[in-house]
Every structure is written in C-alpha cells, then in structure tokens.
Design a protein around this ligand. Structure first.
Ligand code: ADP
Ligand code: MG
Length: 383
C-alpha cells in the first residue's frame, strides 16, 4: 500500500468558490490544514480557512508561496491555465494531474479523447466558420448546440440552433465567438429522457468507489435539482457506473471525478462532459450519503481508504440561484427537514449559485414534493 498523507498535513486548494469551501470544511473535519489560493478576496472558501493566498494564478511568487506550504494540492475548478497547473505539479503532488485537468478544461480535447478511447459521445465536429456549422446541421439533419471550447460552465458559452434556420442575433454571437476562439464545438442536440451523473473517486493505490447514479434536472442549461438515486432501469445505471470506472482506469485518474451523462429516448447513454472535482450534482452526499463527495476527494488525494458511498436515504437537492435573492431565509429554515447550505457569496447575481437545500424522505416522490413546495413558496414570496 502506498503512503498515506495523514491528517495534520496541509492540503492546498486552487480556487475559492463554494466547492473549495465545502472541500476545505471536509479536510478540516478529518484534521487536515488547508490553504486556499484564490484570485478573489473574501471568497466563500477564504471565510473558512486561516491560510489564504490571494492573487492571480499567473503570479509566480504566489505559486511559490502556495507550493511551499502545501503537501498535496487539488483544484475546485478546471478553469485554471494549464501552465499554472504544470508549475504546481513540478513542486508538489497535484491530483487530478495537470494533464487530466487540461483535458477536462478543453471541450475539444475532452471530446476527442473520449471518442478516440471509444466512449459514447454525441456526434460532434470542430467548426471554424458559420458555414461549417450550417453544413454540420444539414448533414445530421437535427438541432445542434454550439459550445465554446474553453471557459464554458453553467450553460455559459452555449447556443442552441434549430435544424432549419439561424437568425441575425445568433449569427452575431457566433461571429463574436469565432473571432476570439480557435474553433467551436458543434454537436447534435439529443432528445433526452434524463440527464444522469456519476461521481467516483480513485485513490493513489488505484482503489475506486462510485456513488449511486443520480438524475439531474436542468433549467436554462443550469442544474436545478438532483434526484438521488436516479429513477431509471438498473441496466443503464450499471452501465454508467461501469463506464465511469473504466474511464478512471484509462486516465490513471487520482482524485474525484464527475461524469455527466445523457440518457436518450431509446435508453442509450452518452457522456456529456467530465468535471475533475466535486460537482454540484454531488452536493446531496453532504446530507444523504455515508461519505460526502468532499470527504471522498480528500481521502482519494491523500491515499486514505475510500469511504462508503451508499445512500442514507432517497433525497433531492435544489439549487438556489441569484435571481431568488433576497431570499426568504426564515421561510426555508422554518421547515424543519430542510438542510440549507448558503455559500456566503458577497453579491447575488442572476444565474449565480448562492446556495442549495437538500430534502431527505423515505421515498423519492415525497422528497420531490417537499422540495418543490419549498421552491414554489420561495418564488411566490419574491413578489
Ligand atoms: P456546462 O459546462 O455549462 O455544464 P454542458 O455541456 O454540460 O455545459 O451543457 C449544459 C446543459 O445543456 C446540459 O446539462 C444539458 O441540459 C444541455 N445540453 C448541452 N448539450 C446538449 C446536447 N447535445 N443535447 C441536449 N442537451 C444538451
Ligand atoms: Mg455540464
């Protein structure tokens, strides 16, 4: 068995958002020290750690300062320049590796890697002009979605086009993207029965543990709620878990990975994208699984034995986005069974993830009903 990085050691986290915050809290629970490197002062993760480094990721002095204090590092976002990740990796262990984060941060590399390794992905192409996008639409005779190769998240950098026409506004968005990006991804818009995700961890000793498959409901391309476990046939959930574990082995992955899947109307599954870090669809594990995805990340990168991944109860997690602000907190906390998590962000903006809540119940239906009624009452109390 390989060496464990034991509690009292220091874990460095690049990124200071809510994922960094919850990861830091899990590391502290196990007795680790945490250093957060964030580009923003007063970030959600900065509030829970004594030790923070604030400054651009491209600042070499900050990189020195970070790696000197840290025994092992990880990221809470994939959107960090590859050269910075490589710089960290030259000094200290970084999990997942720079190479893997480099694949997940670039849709072209990600989709090409998946296709080359025979994982199921929807038909796609790299397009360098509007004409090529239109041609691809014609060839597949279906609606498409155009995505920027880098920088996209929560539906940003995405445009859906109908199979038939393309309007002036869409043309100008595409022209703008094409002038600043070296190519765009254009992919078939899939008629989806459900969106699924699998979160799994692999430690340095190559042990793997995956969480149950969950169902994700998006609104306006952003996650609205996660239903755990997914209400789909076992054949498909087994397949999704198997694909995830095979993928981790082929990447020689260390750390926590989320694989987002599409489950189409014929019951086929496709990989949508990879997130090399804790994922919004795993937040339910904080309250409804034996081990949380955050604790599991710490266990994987420190080479501890992985924690039990089974569910304590069916559950539903609902995101609270900035448009709900100012939120009626009294209303949420007066529901005794609600597990509320607020990230402590300074400012509420539209589409910004400000918090979430999780409901546990003895059936998925009951959890969904309760989650819905709270959400509706929050919407109503805005007016
Ligand atoms: P992000 O990085 O913003 O999460 P995704 O590629 O996961 O980007 O897209 C966000 C959401 O948009 C997906 O979860 C899904 O709801 C929808 N979507 C994206 N691509 C497709 C597609 N090819 N077919 C159907 N829905 C899609
Ligand atoms: Mg996604």
């Amino acid at each position: 068995m390989g060496r464990m990085i034991l509690p009292k050691s220091t874990i460095g986290i690049v990124g200071g958002g809510q994922l960094g915050k919850m990861l830091a809290q899990a590391a502290q629970m196990l007795g680790y020290k945490v250093v957060i490197w964030s580009e923003e002062e007063d970030c959600p993760a900065c509030r829970v750690t004594a030790s923070t480094i604030i400054g651009p990721y491209t600042d070499k002095d900050k990189l020195e300062e970070f790696t000197k204090q840290v025994d092992v590092a990880t990221v809470e976002t994939e959107h960090i320049h590859l050269s910075v990740l490589q710089g960290i990796e030259r000094q200290i262990p970084l999990y997942p590796s720079a190479e893997i984060v480099g694949i997940a941060q670039n849709r072209q590399k990600e989709k090409s890697w998946l296709a080359e390794h025979h994982f199921p992905v929807v038909p796609f192409q790299i397009a360098y002009s509007i004409e090529e996008i239109i041609l691809f639409k014609k060839q597949i005779d279906a609606d498409v979605v155009v995505k920027t190769i880098t920088g996209g998240y929560d539906g940003k950098g995405q445009l859906r086009l109908s199979r038939t026409d393309i309007d002036q506004e869409q043309r100008s968005t595409l022209s703008k993207w094409l002038s600043s990006e070296d190519g765009l991804i254009v992919e078939a818009w899939l008629p989806i029965q459900a969106e699924l995700s699998v979160i799994a961890a692999r430690n340095i000793d190559k042990n793997i543990a995956s969480f149950p498959v969950v169902e994700n409901e998006h609104r306006n391309h952003i996650l609205h709620q996660t239903i755990a476990p997914a209400r789909i046939e076992k054949k498909a959930t087994d397949q999704a878990r198997q694909i995830t574990e095979t993928l981790m082995e082929e990447l020689d992955y260390v750390g926590l990975l989320c694989v987002e899947f599409f489950y189409d109307q014929e019951g086929k599954i496709y990989i949508n994208e990879l997130a090399p870090r804790p994922h919004n669809s795993g937040h339910y594990t904080l309250n409804a699984a034996v081990t949380s995805q955050f604790e599991q990340t710490v266990r994987a990168i420190c080479n501890l034995p992985l924690g039990e991944t089974s569910l304590l109860s069916p559950s539903v997690m609902v995101n609270l986005l900035g448009e709900l602000w100012p939120i009626n907190v009294e209303k949420v906390v007066s529901e005794p069974e609600v597990k509320l998590h607020l990230y402590g962000k300074k400012e509420a903006r539209e589409k910004r993830k400000m918090g979430h809540y999780t409901i546990l119940a003895d059936s998925i239906e009951k959890a969904m009903d309760k989650a819905d009624s709270i959400y509706i009452s929050l919407l109503e109390s805005q007016h």
